[in-house]
Ligand binder design. Structure first.
Ligand code: SAH
Ligand code: SF4
Ligand code: F3S
Length: 483
């Protein structure tokens, strides 16, 4: 994709094209002119800062926002308080994510009073909640631009609307069946990248707001995914993370249906690509075919994130997860048999409505039986509009906190034991960055996704090297490169 060539062929004096992505290229051209003028007035290039909350999908979306901003002439500025355009890409999966955004907005308001030319944009999952937008319209009038998860590809067009109008611009869509390909994006890392393979979610787990804010499940065409990865690899990427809320149901609704396992096989064929990861796998849709493909693959990393949520079959049913405790344990057994040294990680919710001590003990039982390499543990958060929010038997805070602490210590004890078990082994490590504390060290990840620090040089970033794990320190290892 040669943006300059496309732009040179776009007539900015004509009306905006109707089809995408041509329409967005037209607006990128328009925005460039407006940004150039503003920068001249300011006497310096305009700076942007995108702050991302939430999951890897949001992180990838932020790369798309940054790609468009750079194309229209903004330069990146890591410090929010110095930026001319601050964008919060928000998450609403738990209440505390929302609170953080309101807190940060309050701080930004002070800054904006000093610098009225500053722009503030809000997007992402939180904006898909009508109550949030109402609150912003009423009490946060200083925000310039609000858009949602379905129309981020329109960012350039929205910026032009805002720059031409000088009023708060709000554009939120309820849902979409559109996927716009071939827009700019700006990868955070040169050597690894997330790749969306699908958007949205159809599962409606009863506690979860994601299906309401991300819309219905839509898969990208395999050709588009493969072309994007191919292009990334030619640009230096060696590791991709295929992203979807439930990658195991990838491709089911395409005109020519294809399974996730088949897609993986095709991604594996891309020469120059070294590592493939994916997330998230829903246990209910994880097929034998996928396990088979993983067992034979040379590139799929030995790591799987397999959210459990609860070990109680009774609660799993009310959560609408479509598997039982036994199904989950059996699945883990099958996966471990096929890929013996696989690292398994999970998500667990504590304090789902009606959770009894017995239910909780079932969760601890699964944790002890599976021995997860690590687990993300969450206190249940009531999300307006979800079925669980209307359930009357919410668990008292004190009990939830006490269970949460017990779960956390069980998880940490197992994870420390597991990491200690790998000491002495030699692993392939993808070198990712210079160590923040000690510049003589580099930091990388093993296939199992463990973090390793070892003596190395910046020139190694992006390459895969063998490293002996000398010492485990909880969440990471100290190692030595084997030459
Ligand atoms: N699609 C993924 C999860 C996306 S959300 C999956 O199905 O596994 C990431 C995690 O947030 C979930 O796995 C769940 O553990 C947690 N989560 C979602 N809604 C929550 C809520 N209301 N309260 C607490 N944790 C929640
Ligand atoms: Fe939420 Fe369930 Fe969809 Fe995951 S699968 S995003 S937990 S509704
Ligand atoms: Fe949050 Fe949206 Fe991801 S709600 S977890 S950012 S899909």
């Amino acid at each position: 994709m040669d943006i300059e060539k496309i732009l040179s062929e776009t007539d900015l004096a004509a009306k905006a094209p109707v089809s995408e992505p041509e329409r967005q290229y037209y607006y990128i051209g328009k925005a460039r002119e407006l940004v150039r003028r503003r920068a001249e007035e300011a006497g310096h290039p305009l700076r942007f800062c995108v702050t991302t909350f939430g999951c890897q999908m949001n992180a990838r979306d932020s790369e798309k926002l940054a790609g468009i901003l750079k194309q229209i002439g903004y330069v990146e500025e890591p410090d929010e308080d110095k930026a001319d355009f601050v964008i919060f890409n928000t998450c609403t999966v738990r209440e505390n994510a929302n609170q953080r955004v309101y807190g940060r907005l309050g701080q930004l308001h002070h800054e904006k009073k000093k610098r009225p030319d500053m722009l503030i944009g809000l997007c992402g999952c939180m904006m898909q909640e009508p109550g949030v937008v109402e609150k912003l319209k009423k009490s946060y009038r200083f925000v310039d631009l609000i858009f949602g998860t379905h129309n981020i590809y329109k960012f350039a067009e929205l910026i032009v609307t805002r720059l031409m109008s000088d009023r708060m611009v709000i554009d939120i869509w309820k849902d979409t069946d559109q996927i716009v390909e071939n827009l700019p994006n700006d990868r955070k890392y040169s050597f690894k990248s997330g790749v969306n393979i699908m958007f949205g979610c159809n599962n409606f787990c009863s506690y979860c707001i994601v299906p309401y804010v991300r819309g219905r499940e839509r898969s990208r065409e395999p050709e588009d995914i493969l072309a994007e990865i191919d292009c990334m690899v030619r640009d230096g990427v060696v590791e991709v993370m295929l992203l979807g809320q439930n990658v195991n149901s990838y491709g089911k609704n395409l005109k020519n249906p294809i399974t996730f396992a088949r897609l993986l096989e095709q991604v594996e064929q891309i020469g120059g690509l070294e590592r493939i990861r994916f997330m998230t796998s829903h246990p209910k849709d994880l097929s034998d075919e996928l396990i088979e493909v993983m067992a034979h693959s040379k590139k799929i990393c030995k790591q799987m994130h397999l959210p459990l949520q609860s070990g109680s079959s009774r609660l799993l049913k009310i959560m609408n997860r479509h598997y039982t405790k036994e199904d989950y344990l059996l699945l883990v057994e099958k996966i471990r048999k096929a890929v013996p040294d696989i690292s398994l990680t999970t998500d667990i919710i504590v304090g789902f409505p009606g959770e009894t001590e017995e239910d909780f003990k079932e969760t601890i039982d699964v944790v002890n039986k599976v021995e997860f390499d690590s687990a993300f543990t969450f206190i249940y958060s009531r999300r307006t509009g979800t079925p669980a929010a209307a359930m009357e038997n919410q668990v008292p805070e004190g009990i939830v906190k006490e269970r949460f602490d017990r779960l956390l210590s069980a998880v940490q004890e197992i994870s420390a034991r597991k990491t200690a078990g790998a000491v002495g082994t030699v692993q392939d490590v993808l070198v990712e960055e210079i160590n923040a504390q000690d510049a003589s060290l580099v930091t990388g990840r093993t296939s199992q996704n463990y973090i390793v620090h070892f003596a190395g040089s910046p020139s190694q970033i992006g390459s895969i090297v063998p490293v002996r794990l000398d010492e485990s320190r909880g969440f990471y290892y100290m190692g030595t490169q084997i030459i």
